[in-house]
Design a protein around this ligand. Sequence first.
Ligand code: KG4
Length: 337
Amino acid sequence: MNILAFESSCDETAVAVVRDGRTVLSDAILSQADMHALYGGVVPEIASRKHVEAVAGLTDKALADAGLTKKDIDAVAVTYAPGLIGAVLVGVSFAKSVAYALGVPLIPVHHIRGHIAANYLAFPELTPPFLALAISGGNTLIVDVRDYTDMEILGATRDDAAGECFDKAARVLGLPYPGGKPMDELARQSAGGEYDLPRAHVEGAELDMSFSGLKTAVVNLAHNAQQKGEPLDAAALARDFTKAVSDELVPRAMRAIEMTGRTKLVAAGGVAANSIIRADLEAACAAAGVKLYLPPLRWCGDNGAMIGAQGYYEYLAGRRAGLDLNAYATMDLGSTK
Ligand code: KG4
């Protein structure tokens, strides 16, 4: 079954063709990051306009790259939540028109379910149940994936997402947007151990996380140093910051493994590209005898193929949308609205 999949929830317009949920026939993507870098972060209205400009051309490219024509498409999948509302709406509107014109089913896909499903593309042997650590620019979740379309959030950030925290910390260190990758490169230049940064604890919810205190601590440190004219060891700060994020994520993921008895841990989302967090996850899983799935970097960030992968399993579960499908800025990933 060939699914034409659309992703437009943030600043990447992506269209892919995926066969039977596991084989990527094409994966066309256009990042707007350079444009938003001018403003130090995503400008929602610009994102929506750029999606409108890009989506039709990328659809032609995705079909051509796959060596297929429109007649070969069996269903259309689209990210309908969560994300920047105007941006998501572009993908949803376009996908609806394509599904209508081709006379094929329309499948709504939750963006974070898509990130988790990126692992099905990388690891053909991977099947649920497993535990997922979904860490992206807008979400930070520990998810019990009981089945392909049956999942429950066990822990979540109470405030900022891990990726957002990376982007803000990078900004005060003078690094370009999006800051995760340059922070990663900078952090690797130092062993750290110079800055004492906070680790949060959410009373009564041991799997929940918080990143706003850490973000504020880094912002204050940088501003204080600037105002006093004191030097800042940016590489050490990047390293200590990343360690603090990792200390928030990795022990909680391992605790969730203990609590659920799952034997597999799957990482997902843009922050899962971080080399230090990946190394910490590898060490923790090796010590606990847990099988770890770390997606290759190309499947960590937003892409259309992950929506095609999850779309296939949503299709098998009977999930369909009508032409009244709406876009949503927020949505629980357990929801089937
Ligand atoms: O999953 P993603 O592409 O978009 C969302 O669905 O949100 O994640 C983007 C986030 C950004 O905050 C970016 O800075 C972060 O992932 N990121 C990283 C790395 N590469 C991207 N964060 C830490 N280390 C990285 N190597």
